[in-house]
Design a protein around this ligand. Structure first.
Ligand code: ADP
Ligand code: MG
Length: 691
């Protein structure tokens, strides 16, 4: 920017980015001119507003820089004004909008988000934008995310002022860890289910799986290493600081993580990385699978969202402090976050739930479909101690009138020392919380909107609670302590340090009153619960109309995903599985027949006994699977007649999905007995072990 903008423009624009000052047309024109100069030097000919619709991934519409000078038909110049930079009107009637825009009022606006840097892909200048309807409702992920980040900045800054009046801004930080599978592209192309749904709808477990855990600790395979290197190289070009790369637990599963950054930026970077990953994979003869559960029987892929808050004065609000007063601030934020998670457990689960992620959660390797928070023994002990002390012991004032924690010193070693509990969906890991339930293909915004909104609302409530006590004559220190103590008691049910994978936990969680719903369409109801509507209103992130519209989209997306899977599964069974099984059966029958031609009846019967058993099993499986597929078609037909998106999604969940497993069971058993040479689909052992 320093190279392409004047000193004055740079100064004003920096204020816009850092302090959220308003952006006027003149400034936009200056920035657009600078951007264009930079872009042309980089060989750019087109520009696009890059936005995040409620589908997965991103959307863009490319326009070239050329414009007529004066009347149409005259000469052409390369033009890019502040107006074009700031706002566009993509004809976006086909993006999901939950009824917020009907198609003839198809206007949706994309508007520039100056806080996320523009970037260049190939010959195109990409400008990160929000996407809103003509009447101002959010049609994307970025709009509510920016609102949530704004809300948490304000609420957290206000709370910081109890401890340090000099704080001007609080940032929300996100460090995502992207898990993924790589599959050889030839094999991928031979699996219509992978190609069309992103996951295998059938496939018997490979004899060797992840039992030996040899993949996790093994060296990165050479072709994969080359792939990773190129992603990192590409990522650096966009300023995305990739830091970690390693094998994951399942065979052919890997992970990539950057250094964390401000949440809005981190989300954009993750979306860019996902598209880079897909693009680069092709160059290396791979396809990358970002689906949450591409293979049954081995681990699925998540996108752990490491999340924390930090001030403009450089203090990590979730980092146990170097000074005692910072420790009280740390405990304050910690307890308020627990409170936000406790009050919004169902909503947080709704924020990460999708048709795909449902396969992963609750399975053996991923957090259960119950939200709880893990603190580790040291922090738990500190909260317990606080709960049982008096305000005089707990908070003391030093000579400079600074408050500090009197009961306990939080050791600095905590950061490296937190017990690692891999089974918790929301775990404290020393200087941040790790939200592990987020799915690998998700836009992290969805979870970040809810988390940041919920914590913002909670911090507002905390401040109101403390201020009310102060107004009633209690000292500030005692007021803070009293409120925290009350919160610590209330939030006990959400704290769980035990094994989240265990069956006992499900029973225990229910007893504690935590949300244990597992049906995806019903989980989405949490968005429309009265307390959620209130919460989002309080922080100014969503109004009720937006929440309703977005839920329509969620239910519709769920139905569509299941619908596509059901169709692909049906086709595969009818066109691949049944014909192959029948062909094999005929081969065996042929054999039986020939035996009767060569031997006497008794001998022939004896020699063909094994074949007959197989023939019978093949016949039984084939007729069973035929019946199940026609049941599935019928269940879909019934569901499709339902007009309410919610009810339709529920019908798909309750009547279509259960048939998938049953169909798969027959197919996988057929895979085991049919001649390998005849089986037309690549098997798990090939998909997972060829690299
Ligand atoms: P793990 O051991 O959980 O696999 P990784 O090293 O793979 O951890 O990833 C940890 C992620 O957390 C990285 O993206 C890192 O930058 C991020 N992170 C570290 N500290 C913070 C913090 N204070 N706030 C947010 N993210 C953080
Ligand atoms: Mg990691």
């Amino acid at each position: 920017m320093a190279k392409y903008l004047s000193k004055e423009t740079l100064k004003v624009f920096t204020n816009v980015i850092e302090k959220g000052m308003p952006l006027d047309r003149e400034l936009a024109n200056h920035v657009a001119a600078g951007m264009k100069m930079w872009a042309l030097e980089m060989g750019v000919t087109h520009y696009t507003h890059w936005f995040q619709p409620l589908t997965e991934g991103t959307a863009e519409k490319h326009d070239s820089f050329i414009e007529y000078v004066g009347a149409p038909g005259g000469s052409i110049i390369e033009e890019f004004s502040g107006k074009l930079l700031a706002q566009q009107e993509p004809d976006a009637s086909s993006f999901p909008n939950g009824g917020l825009r009907n198609t003839f009022e198809a206007r949706g606006y994309s508007a520039w988000d100056p806080s996320s840097p523009a970037f260049i892909v190939d010959d195109t200048l990409c400008i990160p934008t929000v996407f809103i309807s003509y009447t101002g409702e959010a049609l994307d992920y970025k709009t509510p995310l920016l609102k949530a980040l704004n809300a948490i900045n304000k609420a957290a800054t206000d709370v910081c002022h109890y401890f340090d009046p000099s704080v001007k801004k609080v940032f929300s930080f996100l460090g995502w860890e992207q898990e993924y599978f790589l599959v050889d592209e030839g094999l991928y192309a031979a699996r219509p289910d992978l190609l069309l749904t992103g996951r295998t709808l059938m496939g018997h477990e490979s004899a060797k799986n992840q039992q030996l855990e040899d993949h996790y600790f093994g060296a990165i395979p050479e072709r994969v290493q080359a792939y990773m290197k190129e992603i990192e190289y590409e990522a650096y070009k966009y300023g995305i600081p990739c830091k970690t790369r390693h094998n994951e637990v399942a065979p052919n599963q890997f992970e990539l993580a950057p250094i964390y950054s401000e949440t809005n930026l981190a989300v954009d970077q993750n979306l860019m990385i996902m598209s880079i990953m897909k693009r680069v994979a092709r160059k290396h003869g791979f396809r990358v699978l970002l689906h949450e559960k591409p293979f049954a029987g081995v681990n699925g892929s998540g996108k752990h969202c490491n999340w924390s808050l930090g001030t403009d004065t450089g203090v990590g609000l979730l980092t146990p402090g170097k000074t005692p007063e910072e420790n009280l601030q740390f405990v304050t934020f910690l307890v308020n976050i627990l409170m936000a998670v406790y009050k919004n457990d169902a909503l947080l689960k709704a924020s990460i739930m999708t048709a795909q992620n449902a396969h992963r959660l609750g399975a053996n390797e991923a957090p259960p479909a119950i939200i709880s928070a893990f603190l580790g023994s040291q922090l738990s002990a500190i909260l317990d101690k606080l709960e049982n002390s008096t305000s005089e012991e707990a908070i003391v004032l030093d000579s400079k009138k600074k408050m500090r924690l009197g009961v306990a010193l939080i050791p600095e070693v905590l950061v490296d020392n937190t017990d690692r509990n891999r089974t918790s969906p929301f775990a404290f890991t020393g200087n941040r919380f790790e939200f592990r339930a987020v799915g690998s293909s998700a836009n992290c915004s969805c979870a970040m909107i809810v988390l940041n909104s919920a914590v913002a609302a909670q911090l507002m409530e905390f401040k109101a609670d403390v201020d009310a006590r102060i107004a009633a004559g209690t000292s500030k220190e005692k007021a803070i302590f009293d409120v925290l103590k009350e919160y610590i008691k209330i939030t006990k049910p959400i704290r769980f340090d035990g094994n989240g994978y265990g069956e006992e936990w499900k029973v225990e969680a229910k007893k504690r009153g935590l949300d244990c719903e597992t049906s995806v369409p019903l989980i989405y109801d949490a968005y429309l619960a009265e307390k959620s509507v209130e919460m989002f209103k309080k922080v100014g992130v969503f109004n009720k109309k937006e929440l309703e519209a977005r839920n329509e989209v969620k239910w519709e997306m769920y139905t569509k995903k299941i619908q596509i899977e059901a169709r692909v599964l049906g086709d595969l069974v009818v066109n691949h599985i049944i014909p192959v099984a029948t062909r094999y059966k005929n081969l065996l029958l042929d054999n039986v027949y020939k035996l009767t031609q060569v031997y006497d009846k008794e001998m022939a019967l004896r020699l063909s006994a094994d074949d007959t058993v197989l023939i019978e099993e093949l016949s039984a499986r084939v007729s069973s699977v035929k019946k199940l597929v026609s049941d599935m078609v019928e269940a879909r037909r019934v569901a499709n007649r339902i007009t309410s998106e919610r009810e339709k999604a529920i019908a798909y969940h309750d009547t279509v999905v259960p048939l998938f497993e049953q169909i798969r069971k027959d197919v996988d058993n057929l895979e085991l007995i049919v001649d390998d040479e005849m089986w037309s689909l690549p098997k798990y052992r090939e998909l997972l072990f060829i690299r």
